[in-house]
Write a protein that binds this ligand. Sequence first.
Ligand SMILES: N[C@@H](CCC(=O)NCCCC(=O)O)C(=O)O
Length: 271
Amino acid sequence: MTLQQSVPARAVVGVTSNRLLVDGVHRDWLRRKYVQALQRHAGVACVILPTVDAEDAREEVAPAIMGRLDGLVLTGDESNIDPAVLIAPASLTGPDRQDVEAAILDRPRDRLSAVAIESAIALGMPILGICRGLQELNVYFGGTLRPSLAEWSHESGAMHAEKPDRPRDRQYDAAHSVRISSDGALFPIAGTVEAQVNSLHNQGIEALASALRREAWAPDGLVEAASVVGAPTLQIGVQWHPEWHVSTDPLSKQLFKAFGEACVRYCRTKK
Ligand SMILES: N[C@@H](CCC(=O)NCCCC(=O)O)C(=O)O
């Protein structure tokens, strides 16, 4: 039996990586939680999308890769977005420019997300943004971020922040409720207008881009989920982390399942 006969076709999604600089050596990396959740609960196969250096940002690599994929996942990461790079990924090309600072700045990731989002939107491909991924969608479409939720309000800072005193796994336990819009794209997936979500971020959406629609919000009003207005498929970002406790949390499970189904539908339209 040939491989083609025996293995049913699976949707293949691109998953953003991050840049890590150790001992002067650049590496692309991501947490396996994202890949595991996608494989096991969305039923898709994953390829890791490499980060992009300034001198490579003008190359037309993204359309070549994205054209072969069935979905895009914008993962979370501690680093904060540089909006200038995300809006114009080829604009900063100075060789002396500091591009990467652990957990603070990751311009190679900003460039990757910028070119990947551009291609995915042009292709009408499913998108799932998680934490930084939601923020990237907002900045890409011209929205703005609050630079520090802790400075915005003490209560908001505490509600949304990582809890560094807890073991890593427990940091992804539910932290606050969200209200889900009853007439949006998330409601049919969630099947409820209220849910509990985890929270590990210090930035958040300030002005929501006009190309995005608010899908869920926290008790302090912070946008917790948004989708692309008029999208031909599921193009959504969430501020929480559905990947971490997906095997036990119904909302997380349903979100990955819906994303996987959207990827399969998109895959079939390409044939
Ligand atoms: N720096 C931004 C983005 C926060 C974010 O994506 N955190 C996730 C890190 C952990 C993980 O990916 O599991 C902010 O602070 O808002």
